[in-house]
Design a protein. Structure first.
Length: 480
């Protein structure tokens, strides 16, 4: 009796499903098929998975240890010789090499930094900044380009060389050097070079700096240019301070008071046009672009010094180009002592972020600032100064890097540039080691805007192409 009832019930369900629900269910199934939900997921390359996990190890400057240990472990699992150089939280640095450093081989350094800047405005992110989301064939999150993505490319390229390192004696060691504090005080590279410079035995370093960009040529905006940074501007951070004892009520302004005097002085300083100066790196930059231009532009860009008076306006219109041709001053902070609108401040402090061309002596620049401010009561002090370093001349390492880039990116032009920003590179250059800096991928406008900003991302294809560039470079230097 019970069995019969159960049977009736099942028959009933079957009838309802078949008669009433078969079309709606079929429609739902079709929708799933069309939308791709029912398809197996695309195969995600190893580079993307590692980068996604690396991004998830949040490593804002000062908190790099966990992320550093994560990458060091992967290097170990890939058979590289890992040596922790400093194990402190906030200054975690390690080397992962083809051969142990103790072998003392001349060494090719792949330099990158573990730390990232903070996420900034969280609302501006399409995906959470530290989730390492893989979507739209891209890996999203802080550090995807600057510089965790590069570290992954470098590591995977070194791994490819491992089988050769076992079978034959290669002329160089290769070391992935991962350091902390690049985005803050350069503490990682400073500590590393202070304590391990001899041991690293570097003959060259490949770091960050330039990148692949298009739209540099007017005649051919599609033409990609891969810019390798061979020198850097020097950062000089300056504090201006003015104290003036005056009356304090805003209703009866004295003839002169601290904020007024400082404003007038800053007006003189910021309105003074910067002097244009061409150095070897910028001349070479314009000449290479000139080769891809037509007509008068071609002629002018191939002889920028000669045509300087005619092209100054045009050159300084683009802030990025301008920054490579002049010393710049940016007012980044103004801080006065008064708290209320009706109070006259007795003291004002201003912070200036100055970036100097490599050929400018900081002491001369300070004298210039002093003269232009035109107020003897303003005290000027230097808060931070990055090292001056020689330009890394083009040599065999540059040429092989150029070849590798041109082979991976057919039809591209490679050129040396001076980077307007400062990085860890100059610490090696200062010690006589040439450094060539580039994130070896062609970045879109969106990606260029995402630097230190929201929606930082890199495509899977870029990750793979970048890895290929490093791989070809190593093959050329070690095997060919
Ligand atoms: Zn960076």
């Amino acid at each position: 009796m019970t069995t019969k009832r159960k049977y009736d019930f099942l028959q009933c369900v079957e009838a309802v499903v078949y008669r009433r629900l078969r079309y709606p269910l079929f429609a739902v199934f079709l929708l799933f098929e069309i939308s791709g939900y029912a398809q197996p997921p695309d195969i995600i390359p190893e580079s993307a998975t590692i980068l996604s996990e690396y991004i998830q190890k949040r490593s804002i400057s000062g908190t790099e240890k966990e992320a550093g240990e994560f990458l060091a472990d992967i290097c170990r699992s890939k058979g590289l010789h890992v040596q922790t150089l400093t194990a402190e939280e906030g200054n975690y640095n390690f080397a992962a090499s083809l051969y142990p450093l103790s072998k003392g081989l001349p060494n090719i350094i792949f330099l990158n930094h573990i730390d990232v800047v903070s996420e900034g405005n969280n609302n501006g992110w399409k995906y959470p900044p530290f989730a390492g989301v893989i979507a739209e064939n891209k890996i999203w999150g802080r550090g995807a380009i600057d510089l965790k993505g590069v570290a992954v490319m470098q590591m995977l390229a070194i791994e490819k060389l491992r089988k050769y390192a076992e079978d034959m004696r290669l002329p160089y060691n290769v070391t992935l050097l991962c350091v902390s504090g690049e985005e803050s005080d350069n503490s990682g590279i400073i500590t590393t070079l202070e304590n391990h410079f001899e041991e690293l035995n570097a003959v060259v370093a490949f770091g960050e700096g330039g990148t692949g960009v298009s739209e540099l040529s007017h005649s051919n905006p599609e033409q990609p240019f891969y810019c390798i940074s061979v020198s850097e501007k020097k950062a000089l951070w300056v504090k201006l301070r003015l104290q003036m004892k005056t009356s304090g009520h805003g209703s009866v302004p004295p003839h002169t008071y601290a904020n007024k005097e400082m404003t007038l002085a800053l007006n003189r300083l910021l309105n003074k046009p910067g002097k244009i100066n061409f150095n070897e790196a910028t001349i070479s930059f314009f000449k290479t672009i000139g080769r891809h231009e037509k007509g008068v532009r071609k002629l002018v860009l191939k002889h920028p010094r000669f045509f300087k008076p005619f092209i100054m306006r045009e050159l300084t219109r683009n802030p990025l180009v301008k920054s490579t041709l002049t010393n710049t001053i940016t007012v980044t902070n103004i801080n006065a002592s008064s708290l209320h609108t009706n109070q006259i401040a007795q003291e004002i402090e201003v912070l200036l972020d100055c970036r100097l061309l490599p050929e400018t002596a900081p002491e001369h620049f300070i004298v210039e600032i002093e003269k232009t401010l035109g107020n003897d009561n303003i005290e000027i002090s230097i808060i931070k100064e990055t090292p001056s370093a020689p330009v890394s001349e083009k040599g065999i390492f540059y040429e092989k890097f150029r070849e590798a880039l041109e082979e991976v990116y057919k039809g591209s032009a490679v050129l040396p540039v001076m980077s307007p920003a400062h990085s860890d590179n100059n610490f090696f250059r200062q010690k006589g080691v040439p450094v060539y800096g580039i994130t070896p991928v062609l970045l879109s406008k969106d990606q260029l805007l995402s630097f230190h900003n929201s929606n930082e991302h890199i495509t899977m294809e870029q990750l793979q192409n970048g890895t290929k560039v490093y791989e070809k470079l190593l093959y050329k230097l070690l095997i060919d």
